[in-house]
Design a protein around this ligand. Structure first.
Ligand SMILES: *[C@@H]1O[C@H](CO)[C@@H](O)[C@H](O)[C@H]1NC(C)=O
Ligand SMILES: *[C@@H]1O[C@H](CO)[C@@H](O)[C@H](O)[C@H]1NC(C)=O
Ligand SMILES: *[C@@H]1O[C@H](CO)[C@@H](O)[C@H](O)[C@H]1NC(C)=O
Ligand SMILES: *[C@@H]1O[C@H](CO)[C@@H](O)[C@H](O)[C@H]1NC(C)=O
Ligand SMILES: *[C@@H]1O[C@H](CO)[C@@H](O)[C@H](O)[C@H]1NC(C)=O
Ligand SMILES: *[C@@H]1O[C@H](CO)[C@@H](O)[C@H](O)[C@H]1NC(C)=O
Length: 932
């Protein structure tokens, strides 16, 4: 009612003044009101067409409103969208606020400038129908978050779109290419929250000036599309997270201003950029660019702080060492991965470059195993003529093996197993061990067929022909002749293909077993072997048969419950008798236990207070995680017990006890001191275990308390790391973690001791100290020495200064021959390197493993084949890799993409415990194959 009244009032007013019949005047009056037009604006005449800064057409339609910089403080009326003849709206540099009204349908509007105001939101239909729009400036407004609406697409004549610092979110729109906007020359969207990559639709675009710098999260991905944006004169992409190599700039013949600083670009600066004649400014600081430092012409303003990239040398234009060039070439075919760009610094690959081992200045081992590499194998590997071992296994490489590799004169091993390599294997000279297992299409011509193909149908692979799918889609059998994982909704189930060697079926975990109802109800032709207690007679366990036909020699070992009753543990430890104490540590006392069948276990009884009181669930879930961590060189957690205040953990038993016994108290305990070769092997075992832990991604698997008393030995004197992850069980009182639990003085990395900051590099530091102890037979901290020698690390460093002093530091019990001395020196240097003061100066464990394994191999060229490998279990693989391998071999989609937090079978023939059981509670990490 009221609005009708107002409408009539306004109409009669307009008629009264005898002006235009159009509504434009009314809208203008409203605008005058809402912007609180001050007198200096000169909007006093009853006829808005006579107002300053307003222009009307001959028929009195408003075509321009140009009131910039007038200190206006109001808002815009919703009726503004009715000025359908409006061509220019300039409101910039005021303090106008409130929501922008929809201007949908202003099909004459060419210029819209509302930048530098205080507008609070953009309606989704704002641009709809603005078919004449050419220039938009809406920068610097405190909009609530919005996305550039697809309605803008109707503005096919758009030339400039500028909305810097306008709180735009979402992906970069897919419609800024030439197909939609053939005249767009400026696209300025700096300082927003735009995410994701540059879309391929930008190829061929007419954009000349592109600003995308300073997105909050950072746009990411490759910028290769720029090479097809040949109109560009100005490119600002700084302060984002773009990555990969710089594109070819050959076509960008008008480029003047290129700002790429503060991204994650890798690879060399292309000559096509360095030689670009039009270039005036180039900013490259803070990336991961590799190869030689580019030398731009003197007229180019260059922003490239020394040391802020991964160039080989700081001096522009100076060539890198040929080994560096070869390795950067090699990285090219992997897409210049960031892991290399981060780690390969300087001009000497023999200074602990990731994956590179030298002897002493020739690259002898390239080990890129399990680095998540994709792409192809570079022919440039052939430039590394001193390489003996080239290990590329457990990646996602495709393509073929380049023929050039056959020219490597010193090659003895090429390992490409577990990739997607296809094609013929070139003829290597005799004596070269070429490992190709786990490449489904190796030996066949042409690239692998598209996804979904089954990889196991032709009989060329090892153990082929055993993989089949049962009627409900449950995959049974295994091409690797070993194991596969099935997951049902409630429990993790393992199946073991019986066709190959039979496992010694000792099953001694006192587990209860649940058969999933799903199984008993189905007609799956499977047998189930229950990991029962030793009461089953110590045989292969009971077997249940379901169904009648099909691949009946499949066993499924159902996951038992990891919970072990306190009664069982009391029994096996003789009621925690003193006599059974194996040791005491920060977390409690460890007892030896013996099951009925003679199998020994270690039971850790946690001290009360060590484990957080609150949250049994937390404890359980931590345990669930720890049980999933399985590796040949990590002491396995077999079960646990929660009873009242009791918290007990059951581990595999390591008969020879701790490394510290053998290093520091061998005399008192009547042991033989360790020979150098044994020490070296132990160091390598530990390094492999820790490398694996670190490879489990999250921070959670930083050990934090590596020391010889946490390194346990089997009867074969091979080592396993104990107590990993236990610190996570501790309560959250940080101080107590830092001081009491996590870490032991003498082994603490300085940054950890001072700030409590945790990274994998604190373990590397501790490992360095352990190496020093292995070499010297001295404890990290020994108060029986004079003050200046109590601390092993500084003393060791002083002794390392020259060979004569170093020789004196070596444990007297080691027989030092010329041969061993070289090996000890290398380990000594490695120890110093690992214990470097600054975390970034320390190598990662992968490098440590490379160094130690190349030394160990000199002594023992061929390790005996690991029995487990026959089953296709590879302890050195991470779980996702294992799953991927099985998946690839089976051509199946059993496991969903993210299985990183799951477990795989880890039984171990080397030790007394050999328990083919797996804990329950992983089910959520797996997708049942028939859960389609
Ligand atoms: C802009 O709006 C905010 C709140 O929305 C207000 O605090 C600020 O004073 C305004 N600025 C101007 C110049 O009007
Ligand atoms: C962007 O919008 C969100 C919510 O819409 C708001 O919380 C935030 O403060 C805005 N950011 C800026 C820089 O204005
Ligand atoms: C991009 O440019 C390259 C050459 O620089 C050309 O080979 C390719 O076809 C172009 N792609 C598109 C989509 O224009
Ligand atoms: C690029 O670097 C130059 C020189 O340091 C500097 O003057 C210029 O402002 C920078 N340009 C951008 C877009 O950051
Ligand atoms: C390094 O390699 C070159 C060429 O392969 C060889 O001539 C030289 O003897 C090697 N040096 C060492 C120390 O192995
Ligand atoms: C491996 O590479 C293929 C393409 O070559 C890709 O589709 C797949 O996602 C990659 N897998 C992993 C685990 O990176």
């Amino acid at each position: 009612m009221a609005s009708t009244l107002i409408f009539f009032t306004v109409c009669s007013f307009l008629v009264a003044v005898g002006r235009s019949q159009s509504g434009d005047a009314a809208v203008m009056q409203e605008l005058k009101k809402t912007v609180n037009a001050p007198s200096q604006l000169g909007w006093t005449d009853p006829d808005p067409c006579k107002w300053k800064s307003v222009t009307c057409s001959r028929d009195n339609r408003v075509i321009k409103i140009q009131i910039r910089q007038q200190n206006l403080q109001g808002s815009l009326p919703p009726s503004l969208g009715k000025l359908t003849s409006l061509q220019i709206l300039e409101l910039q540099n005021n303090q106008l606020s409130g929501a922008l009204p929809s201007l949908a349908g202003l099909n004459s509007l060419k210029t819209l400038s509302i930048n530098n105001n205080n507008f609070t939101s953009v309606p989704p239909d704002f641009f709809d129908g603005m078919t004449s729009l050419q220039e938009v400036s809406m920068d610097y407004n405190p909009f609530s978050t919005w996305q550039i609406p697809a309605g803008l697409k109707s503005a096919s004549a758009l030339q400039k779109f500028s909305a810097t610092s306008a709180n735009i979110s979402g992906l970069f729109p897919d419609f800024f290419g030439a197909e939609t906007f053939s005249s767009l020359s400026n696209l300025h969207l700096a300082f927003n929250n735009i995410e994701g990559p540059l879309p391929a639709s930008l190829a061929g675009s007419s954009i000349q000036s592109l600003w995308l710098n300073g997105q909050t999260v950072g746009m990411n991905g490759s910028i290769s599309v720029l090479q097809n944006m040949t109109q560009l004169t100005q490119i600002w992409l700084h302060k984002n997270d773009f990555s990969g190599p710089l594109p070819d700039f050959t076509g960008l013949i008008q480029l003047q201003d290129l700002s790429l600083r503060q991204n994650s670009f890798t690879g060399p600066v292309p000559d096509s950029l360095v030689g670009l004649a039009t270039l005036a400014t180039v900013n490259l600081t803070t990336n991961k660019l590799q190869g030689k430092t580019p030398k731009f012409s003197g007229s180019v303003k260059v922003d490239m702080s020394p040391g802020s990239n991964s160039f080989c040398l700081p001096d522009p234009g100076v060539e890198c060492d040929s080994r560096v060039n070869a390795l950067v070439d090699v990285a090219k075919d992997f897409g210049y991965p960031a892991t290399f760009a981060d780690n390969w610094k300087g001009n000497d690959p023999c200074v602990s470059w990731k994956g590179i081992t030298c002897s002493p200045k020739n690259i002898t081992v390239v080990n890129f195993r399990g680095m998540a590499l994709s792409g192809t194998i570079s022919p440039s590997f052939a430039q590394l003529t001193s390489v003996q071992r080239l290990v590329l296994s457990n990646n996602n490489l495709t393509g073929t093996i380049p023929n050039e590799l056959t020219t490597l004169p010193n090659l003895v091993e090429l390992d490409i197993s577990n990739n997607q390599i296809y094609g013929k294997v070139p003829q290597f000279k005799t004596g070269v061990d070429v490992k190709t297992a786990g490449n489904v299409h190796i030996g066949k011509d042409g690239p692998p067929p598209g996804a979904g193909g089954k990889g196991n149908s032709d009989g060329s692979g090892p153990g082929s022909g055993s993989g089949k799918k049962s009627s409900t889609g449950v995959v049974v059998g295994s091409v690797v002749g070993g194991l596969c994982i099935l997951a049902f909704a409630g429990a993790l189930v393992f199946c073991v293909y019986r066709g190959k060697r039979k496992r010694s079926g000792r099953v001694q975990s006192p587990h209860t077993t649940v058969i999933h109802p799903r199984l008993s109800g189905s007609d799956d032709a499977v047998k189930i072997t229950i990991a029962g207690s030793s009461a089953n007679g110590g045989g292969t366990g009971e077997t249940y048969s379901h169904g009648s036909s099909g691949p009946s020699d499949i066993h499924i070992v159902e996951a038992g419950n990891m919970v072990i009753s306190i009664q069982v543990l009391r029994n096996v430890t003789d009621n925690f008798s003193e006599r059974n104490i194996l040791g005491k540590g920060g977390f409690g006392t460890v007892y030896k236990g013996e099951l009925h069948d003679g199998t020994k276990i270690a039971v850790k009884r946690m001290e009360s207070g060590v484990i957080s009181e609150n949250g049994l669930e937390e404890f359980r879930s931590e345990i669930a995680v720890l049980t999933k961590v399985r590796h040949r060189h990590l002491v396995a957690l077999l079960g646990y017990c929660l009873d009242g205040n009791e918290r007990l953990l059951v581990f595999e038993y390591m008969p020879q006890g701790t490394l510290s016994r053998f290093l520091f108290s061998w005399k008192d305990e009547g042991l033989q001191p360790l020979e150098w070769m044994k020490r070296l092997t132990i160091a390598l075992d530990v390094a492999r275990g820790v490398e694996y832990l670190h490879g489990l991604a999250q921070q959670s698997f930083i050990h934090r308390d590596l020391k010889p008393s946490n390194i346990l030995l089997g009867d074969d004197m091979r080592a396993k790391v104990a107590d990993f992850g236990l610190v996570r069980l501790a309560p959250d009182g940080k101080a107590s973690i830092a001081t009491k639990l996590a870490g032991t003085f003498g082994y603490l990395a300085p940054e950890y001791a001072v700030t409590g900051r945790v990274s994998t590099k604190i373990d590397v530091f501790s490992f360095g100290v352990i190496l020093m102890e292995i070499i010297t037979g001295r404890k990290a901290l020994d108060e029986s020495f004079p003050d200046d020698r109590q601390h092993l690390v500084p003393w060791f460093r002083r002794m390392l200064i020259n060979k004569d002093t170093f020789r004196k530091a070596i444990d007297q019990t080691i027989e030092v021959t010329e041969e061993t001395f070289g090996s000890i020196c290398t380990v000594g240097e490695l120890a110093g390197h690992c214990s470097a003061r600054e975390p970034y100066q320390r190598p990662d464990m992968g490098h440590v493993v490379n160094v130690l394994s190349s030394l160990a191999e000199l002594w023992k060229p061929s390790e005996p084949a690991d029995p487990d490998d026959m089953y296709g279990i590879d302890y050195d693989m991470t779980l996702p890799q294992v799953l991927k391998k099985w998946q690839a071999l089976e051509g199946m989609s059993l496991i969903d993409g993210d299985a990183t937090s799951s477990s795989y079978l880890g039984s171990n023939d080397n030790t007394q415990t050999s328990i083919p059981i797996r804990p329950s509670g992983f089910a959520d990490s797996f997708t049942s194959a028939d859960g389609r």
